[in-house]
Design a protein around this ligand. Structure first.
Ligand code: ATP
Ligand code: MG
Length: 300
């Protein structure tokens, strides 16, 4: 089955420019696969995640190669954000192995990885009143708060300001995070994820709280970033298939705790597979590169 090739939707944004000294995916020898011809950026092997005596994930396998754009779809509480936290090197598996950017979790200084991963977490746990611009700049240090004794370069500040403007927040860069609307926070953390020119981009429900026009601009931004940086890999979590960018190449359906389907997007995002994953009748169609889902009535 075929998949759509990535295409840039029209948007008002400029994709991020490569930063000087940009650390792209540095892969160990043998990490590239003959099959896909692209390097493995992320590999989860038979992963289990147990917390408070509860198995949250079991037997999860996922291989993401450079240039692939994965959608991670599944019902509430299925474990999608938990998978992203493992991909982001913010959690460790209870069993199984996770390799991120050529390093095995548990054997690497995760701070080095954090700087090379753009992670959009809708529950960004910032408590201090940093400004929008400062929040974006924390993407360079890979920290939530401002790193003590760290000062950005002029070029880093310029880049942060350009991304803030691209996200439609120009002129608001000195407003404090604590008083931002949900949509403004969403745009801020997307700019933060892009500022360090990541090799791996993780987007957890990035459209949450955005109005309909902002959502379309965001999807265009994501498509544009993917075209501008074809080697960057990404994983995007959503509940709404309408919020998948055209450039989505692969999908993983997560039924609670387990992979119910995984592979090329057009083979996985079918009415049958999505209905099975949600245990509910759902009709899926794809038009002009975008997906649509309509759910049937609940059966008793
Ligand atoms: N550290 C933890 N300790 C205990 N339970 C946890 C922990 N982390 C996640 N969980 C539980 O694991 C389950 C999966 O959570 P997760 O946030 O990954 O789901 P999700 O698929 O992202 O859901 P949603 O679509 O609602 O965002 C939930 O029931 C959650 O309460
Ligand atoms: Mg979640």
């Amino acid at each position: 089955m075929s998949t759509d090739t990535a295409s840039a939707a029209p948007g008002t944004v400029t994709p991020p420019r490569p930063a000087p000294g940009d650390a792209r995916v540095a892969l160990p020898p043998g990490a590239s696969t003959a099959e896909a011809g692209a390097a493995v950026v992320l590999a989860m092997r038979d992963v289990a995640f147990v917390r408070s005596g509860r198995t949250i994930l079991e037997h999860v396998d996922l291989t993401v190669r450079a240039g692939e754009h994965w959608a991670l779809v599944g019902p509430n509480g299925a474990g999608k954000s938990t998978i992203l936290s493992l991909c982001a090197a913010r959690n460790h598996p209870t069993r199984g192995g996770v390799d991120v950017l050529g390093h095995t979790l548990g054997r690497v200084d995760v701070q080095t990885l954090h700087r090379r991963i753009g992670h959009v977490n809708p529950r960004h746990p910032l408590r201090t009143p940093l400004t929008i611009q400062e929040v974006v700049l924390t993407g360079i240090t890979g920290t939530i708060d401002w790193r003590q004794r760290w000062e950005p370069t002029r070029a880093e500040v310029d880049r942060a300001r350009a991304l803030v403007a691209d996200m439609g927040l120009g002129g608001k860069e000195h407003e404090p995070w604590t008083t931002l609307s949900q949509g403004e926070r969403g745009r801020t953390i997307i700019a933060r994820a892009l500022v360090a020119d990541p090799a791996l981009l993780l987007l957890d429900e990035p459209s949450t709280g955005l109005d309909v026009a902002a959502r379309e601009q965001l999807l265009a931004t994501i498509d544009a970033v993917r075209v501008a940086h074809p080697e960057v890999a990404s994983v995007l979590v959503t509940h709404h298939l309408e919020e998948l960018p055209r450039s989505t190449s692969h999908a993983l359906l997560l039924a609670p705790g387990r992979v119910s389907a995984s592979g090329r997007a057009d083979e996985v995002l079918t009415s049958e597979a999505v209905s099975r994953c949600f245990a509910h009748p759902i009709h899926v169609e794809r038009r002009h590169g975008r997906w649509r889902a309509s759910a049937g009535p609940a059966t008793a």
